[in-house]
Design a protein around this ligand. Structure first.
Ligand code: NDP
Length: 326
């Protein structure tokens, strides 16, 4: 494993990290989380990603319980959570749903700490932009959470570049903690935000990236070429919104063209797709997802392919995937 600075910060994150969306609580219970996290940690992973909204708070409960059982020194791992959608959908949600207002953020933070059973969370994110709350209000709230010792660094997820820069400038003007990292979707078939929209932010504000869905929810393993396999994410009822994308004929044809390249390199398409992400120096860490130990082991093995991704191989991969990439 190698480690990268998280943007301009001194903090170093493992090139591959492990997330809990969809999996924790639904496919992965505490025992399985302990097994997955231990395997990742043994391979050098030091960052575990989470969010308030994942499994309605239960993903934080599972990860917190797993961390308790694993008993690692607190300095040896980094955990995150994210706020925006709110937890409960019943009752009066006017101030606690789809928002980044100060009241919600302050109370959401306390809820996450309680579910995790931790004194602080290393990385907290604004999970989406909220066009109805002044960015200044959100920046002050994130700054105050850090000043209160409840979090160490803050960032954004899927914010437009202009909003990230606005937040940075507000923080700089008032000498507040600035946004450090963004969490965007980034994989072979989804590239423009990371490669175009954010291009100026890396040097100009030292933005770090913790990227999500490296395998496009499993599409980039090749397992959706013949339809939706039983037991996969695409077969889950509440993931129906992903199905058209997972079954897309053109995208699956591109994956089929990657198969022989992966085989030439002595790896799988999933490993090729993950190794490709780690070649972008702007990416601080690639957040992996896995519902099973075998998947995690395969995905962690991606780093072995890096040396084989010569400019010539990278050009072949680009020729197949870039025309289809969003
Ligand atoms: P991927 O795109 O890698 O999808 C992971 C899923 O693909 C697994 O759960 C598994 O699903 C399948 N899979 C993974 N590896 C293999 C393999 N080797 N062989 C076969 N199937 C495989 O990542 P995620 O979409 O899970 O995203 C990773 C993390 O990023 C999340 O856990 C979360 O922490 C973060 N994230 C952040 C978002 C944000 O808005 N900030 C949004 C989404 C994710 P199955 O077995 O069920 O088919």
């Amino acid at each position: 494993m190698h480690y990268n600075r998280l943007g301009r910060a001194g903090l170093q994150v493992s090139a591959l990290s492990l997330g809990s969306w969809v999996t924790y609580h639904n496919q992965v219970d505490v025992d399985a989380a302990v097994e997955l996290m231990a395997a990742a940690f043994d391979a050098g992973v030091n960052f575990f990603d989470n969010a308030e909204v994942y499994a309605k708070g239960q993903s934080e409960v599972v990860m917190g319980e797993a961390l308790k059982r694993l008993g690692w020194p607190r300095l040896n791992y980094i955990v995150s959570t994210k706020f925006f959608w709110g937890l409960e959908r019943d009752g009066n949600t006017v101030n606690r749903k789809d928002t980044l207002n100060r009241k919600y953020l302050m109370q959401a933070m306390d809820g996450s700490l309680k579910r995790f059973g931790l004194d602080f969370i290393d990385l907290i994110y604004c999970h989406r932009p909220d066009p109805h709350t002044p960015i200044e209000e959100t920046v002050w709230a994130m700054h105050n959470l850090i000043e209160q010792g409840k979090a160490l660094y803050w960032g954004t997820s899927e914010w437009p570049a202009a909003d990230i820069r606005a937040a940075y400038e507000i923080a700089e003007r008032h000498h507040l903690h600035k946004p450090l990292m963004e969490q965007p979707q980034y994989h072979l078939l989804h590239r423009s935000r990371v490669e175009q929209e954010y291009a100026r932010l890396y040097e100009e504000i030292g933005l770090g990236l913790t990227t999500w869905s490296p395998l496009a929810s499993g599409l980039l393993t090749g397992k959706y070429r013949e339809g939706v396999p039983a037991g996969s994410r695409g077969a889950m009822e509440n993931m129906a919104f992903l199905r058209d994308g997972l079954l897309d004929a053109q995208r699956n044809a591109a994956v089929a063209q990657l198969l022989p390249i992966a085989a030439e390199l002595g790896g799988s398409v999933a490993q090729l797709a993950i190794a490709w992400l780690t070649m972008n120096p702007r990416v601080s860490t690639v957040i992996l997802g896995a519902s099973k130990r075998t998947q995690l082991d395969e995905n962690l093995g991606a780093l072995a392919l890096r040396d084989k991704l010569t400019p010539e191989v990278m050009a072949r991969i680009d020729a197949i995937t870039k025309p289809l990439a969003a």
